[in-house]
Design a protein around this ligand. Structure first.
Ligand code: B12
Ligand code: SF4
Length: 434
């Protein structure tokens, strides 16, 4: 599954007025980035990075520097915000911890004039010893320029929906769940954009499928109604996917039902656990019974639930069985389960410090698939076996497969099954190694 690089589209929107900018989506491109550098001769190459990408990003930056040491390299993205020091490397000139129109224009402005770069808020530059100022800042919401990825857009998908655009209408999340990185990156309170700005983006998107990846798009009934009014008044028909919390679904039933009539097709909802104690420990604002109520409501309004669950490292075999029974009660159309992952910046990292089995700098293993905390009630091998069984259970017995064929057709199923088989193989390997 490839999604559009919306962060890069936002940078493009800011820089295009004064500079020649080109987005290379290396998830899709078949060419080598070095060939592109030879052909295009850029002054600056900017790379975006999640945690799992660190090693690849550094490898690419080293290749670029080896090819032409005059090319300025910079990196931004989720990982620079979470842990900028991962990029304090000879191959990287500037680590942009957080990005605003102001600091981006200032940095590129100095570079384009060939000037030394002074300390800039949010930017850690090698020439300044990677020192940072303005450590409290955050990424600014910027409207992306989606024309910048026009030639790639047919490839972008969200699960079975293809082509599919993604968009963001609000940053932050006031639920502040304990295990969650997102509100820590974006802020502990929703900062919604005005609906006129949002609707304008909806209109510009040519794809009929749109994934709204706000942390909880269903949290504000008035806003949902505002969007529905605009869709209805302008006769705009799209298929929407979004993240939504149980809390938001139950609080705003009428508005969610209206949104369903206006194209809402599936909600990615974090049910997380069957256990009241765990939900409380995770600081979830909903209970196991709320989950059941929200699941029933989504069925009633014919919106699919793509549920996510967190597997706690203290689960026994009996807990795994309870978990599978709970999924059967909820009957989500799709279930995904991830082992509790205490990212290095989360308080969970300290809580489980003496049980961690993944090192901080094994970046590619912080992928929400690898078990990073030593299980308490069984060996790692058995724990992986339970994960495997749970995955098989939802895929074979919970009608995931039938749902996928009905919804997306056999071709998409084959494409998605490729991913599932790779996931299963990975778990078998991890289990054997465990
Ligand atoms: C959409 C999305 C995806 C899409 C892909 C998005 C893409 N093509 O970039 C898909 C679904 C494919 C995906 C996959 C994964 N994702 Co994801 N994803 C997101 C999501 C929902 C939104 C990201 C986003 O676009 N944000 C909006 C843009 C505007 O922000 P941004 O990219 O950070 O860009 C801003 C700045 O960072 C900056 N910037 C970005 N790049 C650069 C580069 C330069 C040079 C500069 C100067 C600035 C700069 O400019 C932007 C403007 O402010 C976030 C959650 C969230 N709400 O953020 C998770 C999130 C980023 N994903 C996450 C993870 C873990 C994954 C997976 C590993 C999950 C998995 N197990 O498969 C995979 C890995 C993908 C891979 N690299 O192979 C984690 C990251 C954790 C971490 N520490 O890195 C997040 C935070 C979710 C979470 N669970 O907490 N993801
Ligand atoms: S509701 Fe979702 S986005 Fe918000 S804090 Fe909880 S897990 Fe994170």
């Amino acid at each position: 599954m490839f999604c559009e690089p919306i962060g890069l589209e936002a940078l493009y929107a800011v820089l295009k007025k004064d500079h020649r900018v080109k987005i290379l989506d290396m998830m899709i491109e078949k060419t080598d980035i070095i060939d592109e550098c030879i052909e295009w001769r850029p002054d600056v190459v900017g790379l975006t990075s999640l945690c799992v990408d660190v090693k690849n990003v550094l490898a690419i930056a080293r290749q670029i520097k080896a090819q032409d040491s005059r090319i300025v390299t910079m990196v931004g993205g989720t990982q620079t915000f979470v842990e900028p020091s991962a990029f304090h490397d000879d191959s990287i000139d500037h680590v942009v911890k957080y990005t605003t129109t102001g600091n981006l224009q200032e940095l590129i402005g100095h570079l384009s004039k060939g000037e030394a770069v002074p300390p800039i808020d949010g930017v850690e530059s090698r020439e300044n010893g990677f020192e940072s100022t303005g450590v409290e800042g955050r990424n600014e919401y910027m409207v992306p320029d989606i024309t910048s990825t026009a030639h790639y857009r047919k490839h972008y998908s969200y699960f079975g929906y293809r082509p599919c655009a993604i968009m963001q209408t609000s940053q932050g999340c006031s639920k502040q769940c304990g295990f969650c990185l997102r509100w820590r990156i974006e802020g502990g309170k929703e900062q919604p954009q005005g609906m006129a700005v949002v609707f304008d983006q909806v209109r510009r998107i040519e794809e009929s499928n749109i994934m709204i990846f706000d942390n909880d798009f269903l949290c504000d009934g008035a806003r949902l109604n505002e969007l529905c009014e605009l869709l209805e008044a302008n006769g705009v028909k799209k298929t929407f996917l979004c993240y939504g919390s149980v809390n938001g679904i139950l609080k705003n039933r009428e508005a969610v039902a209206r949104f369903a009539k206006n194209g809402l097709s599936a909600v990615l909802v974090g049910y997380e656990s069957f256990s009241a104690a765990e939900l409380e420990h995770y600081r979830k604002k909903s209970t196991a019974d709320d989950n059941l109520e929200a699941a029933a409501f989504l069925k009633e309004i014919k919106v699919d639930a793509w549920a996510s669950f967190i597997m706690h490292p203290d689960w026994s075999r009996d807990d795994f069985r309870k978990f599978r029974r709970y999924i059967r009660k909820l009957r989500p159309e799709i279930s995904s389960m991830t082992p509790l992952t205490p990212f290095p910046v989360l308080p969970l990292y300290k809580e489980f410090a003496d049980r961690l089995i993944v090192k901080r700098d094994e970046y590619e293993k912080w992928n929400f698939g690898t078990v990073s905390i030593m299980p308490a009630c069984m060996s790692l091998r058995l724990y992986y076996l339970e994960i495997l069984l749970s995955n098989l259970y939802v895929n074979l017995f919970m009608n995931n497969t039938i749902y996928l064929v009905r919804k997306f057709g056999v071709t998409t199923l084959v494409r998605l099954l490729g991913g599932s088989v790779r996931l299963m193989n990975r778990y078998v390997l991890l289990m054997l190694r465990g």
